[in-house]
Write a protein that binds this ligand. Sequence first.
Ligand code: ADP
Ligand code: MG
Length: 746
Amino acid sequence: MILDRKFPDYKLGLMKFIECDKFHLTQFIGQCPEFYSDTFADSSYNGPMNPHNPAEFEKLPLTLLKGVGPQLAEKLQHLGIETILDLLFHLPLRYQDRTRLTPIGSLQQGDDVVIEGTVAGSSVVFGKRRSLMVKVQDGTGTTTLRFFHFSAAQKSNLQSGTRIRCFGEVRFGRAGLEMYHPEYRLLSGSNPEPMEDTLTPVYPATEGLQQVRLRKLIEQVFAYLDQRQALPDYLPEELREQANFMPLLDALRIIHYPPPDMSLARLQTGQHPAQVRLVFEELLANYLSLRKLRDEARRANAPAFTHKGNLRARLLAHLPFNLTRAQEKVVKEIARDLGHHQPMLRLVQGDVGSGKTMVALIAALQAIESGYQAAIMAPTEILAEQHFLNLDQWLQPLGVEMTFLSGKIKGKKREAVLQALATGQTQLIVGTHALFQNEVHFHKLGLVVVDEQHRFGVHQRLTLREKGRKDDTVPHQLIMTATPIPRTLTMSAYADLDCSVIDELPPGRTPVNTVLIPAERRPEVVQRISAACKEGRQVYWVCTLIEESEALQCQAAEATYADLSSSLPQLKIGLIHGRMKPKEKADVMAAFKNGDIQLLVATTVIEVGVDVPNASLMVIENPERLGLAQLHQLRGRVGRGKAASHCLLLYQNPLSQVSKMRLGIMRESNDGFYIAEKDLEIRGPGEILGTRQTGLMAFRIADLTRDSHLQPKVKTWADKIRARHPEVIDPLIKRWLANAEQYGNV
Ligand code: ADP
Ligand code: MG
C-alpha cells in the first residue's frame, strides 16, 4: 500500500506543499527496477564529455543517471537541478529520525516518530469528515491512527491483531494523542524489521517528485563519486588547512545521510564540522557573487560631477541648523564618489531622524549643478509626497526645478511631467516606482537615490541600475535605509555596495520613553492623551492589523477614530490612512503639522518620513503585530522636539514569550542598530531585510542568524581568494548560486 502524505514546509517561507515519501520503500523500489542499480550508468554514455575528468564532472547531465528521462529532468529543473552536481548540492531542508522506535507510552505532541505495535481495533467514524480510526498498542500505551482517505482494502488490512510500523507526526486529537495519515507498513514474520541507519533527509521537492525519488538519485551520485573521486574542491588548500575543514565529499555525505548519533538537536545548532564546512562555502560563494556584481557594475561609466559647490553652499547658508558631524562625513564620502567616472554604489544607513534626506539632497545638488538630473525614489506614495513637500521648502530659494511623479499622476499632468523630464527642464524628480516605468525618459539622469532600500531585493536594485543606463553610461546610485542592518547581515546582503553610516542624531533630541501597557488599561491611556493635549502637545494614535489588506486597516483606523472622537469630544482629532486621496492626506498632514489637529489617528502609513516636532506622545495599538524595525520607525515620529516624548505600546494579552522579549527590547533601547541586532536574533534575517524578498536569502544550508559569526572570516577569505585564486570564483558561484536571483539575472 502506498500512501501520500502532505505537509507544509516553512523554511522557504512559502506554504509550499512538498510531497513526502512513498512509504513502502522496498515494495516501491520493486516496482521501479531502475532503482535496483546503485552504479552509475556512464558505460552506455558516448557523449563528448569525459566523466572521469573532474572539471567535466561539473557539466554531467542528469540524464546520465538511471531512471532520469526527459520528464523527470524537467521536474528536477523546477528545483533548479540541471546537472548531477546540482543534485549533489541539493541539500536537505530538515531531517526525520527513523532510526529508532518510540514507545507509544512516551509519545509527545509534535514529534515525528516511528512506532510499532499491534492493531487493537478499527472503526469508521462519521464526524465532520468520515475517517478511519485505528487503535494501535505496544505494551507501553495506545494511540490512534486517523485516515481521512482510505480504501476498502486498506480498511480490511488493518484488522485487529495485525502488526504495524508507522511514521508520522504525533498530534493532539479528539481521541488523545493521534497520528494523522501516518506512513505505515504491515509487518509479517517474527524477525525484527531493520530500522533506517541514518537520519532521513527531507529535500526541497516539487509536485510529482517524491522524496524517495530524490534520495535514490542522490544515492546514485554518491555511488558514482565513490568510484571516481571526481568532485573538485575549490577551497584553496591553505584555507582548508587553516580552518581544519573536513573534505568536501565527506561533509556532503554527512549532510545527506547524517548518522543516527548526530541528533536532530545537534544538527539545528549548525556546529557539526560537516555543516560548518558547507555553510562556510555557501556564504563564501554568496559573498563572492555580490563582490562580482559590484565589480561588473563598476566597470560601467558614470558622469563625474565636477562642480564648485555653489548650490550646496547656498542651501547650507539658509538651513536653520548645522549638519551633524556624521552627516558631514557621509556627505564627503558621497561627494568624493560622485566626482569619479566609476558609478557610485553606496548604502547610507542612519537611524530614524538622523537626517538622511538632507544628505540625499546635497548629493542631488552636486548632480544638478553639474548639469545632470537626479531622481529620488521612495517605496510608498505617502513617503514620496512627504519628501517632495520637505524638499520643496529647501529648493524653492535655490531655484531648482523639481517635480513629482507617481502612478496616481495621470492624463495631461503626467504628460507634462514626462515632457519636462525628457527635455531636461526638470532637474530633480521625486516619486515612487513610477519613475522607472518604460515610458519615462530622462534627459540626462546622473543620480538615483533610493529611500528605504531594504524593501527592495538585490534583483530590483539591479533592474534600477539598468533602467538608468544610456549607452554605456549609468547613473550613480545612492541607497538609504532607516532600518539599520546588522553588520554581518550587510556582508551577506549588501556586499555589492559601499556603506556609510550616519551614527549620530541631530542635537536636541530627547530619547523617547517607551512603556508597555495592556489593552485593558486603555481608558488610562485616553486620559493621558487628554492631558498631553491640554499642555499643547500633539499625539499620534497608530492602528495596526495583522491582515495585509489596506482596506481592513483603514476600517480599523476609522473605527478607532470614531471611538476616540466620542470619548475625547474636546479635542481636534484627525484621521489619515492609505485609502485617502493624496490631496486629502496632504491636507490632514498639513493640519497636524501646524497644530490644527491635536490627535492624529493613523494606520502605519505614517511609518516613515512624517515630521512634526511638537508631537510628543504616540500610542501604538497591538504593537506585538509589528516587526521591531517598523516599531522603531514609528516611534521615531516622536522625540523630534525639545519636550520629553513617550511611546505607549498598547498590547493585547496574552503575549507570547517571544513578543514579550521583543517589546521588552523596544522599552529598553532607542538605538536602531541594537534593535535590529536583537530582531535578527529573535526573528531571523527575513524580517529585517523585508520578508517578501524571495530568493534573496534562500540559502541551501547557511542560516544567517545562526551562522552570522562566520561572516567576518568569510570576508577575509573572499578577499584572499579574489587576490590569489580568482579562478575558483566562478565555479564556486556556479556551484552554490547558479539559480539564485543574485547571479541568475546578471
Ligand atoms: P531620516 O534620517 O529619518 O530620513 P530626516 O531626513 O527626515 O530623517 O530628518 C529628520 C528631521 O531632522 C527633519 O526635520 C530634518 O529637517 C531635520 N534635520 C536634518 N538634519 C539636521 C541637523 N543637522 N540638525 C537639526 N535637524 C536636522
Ligand atoms: Mg527618511
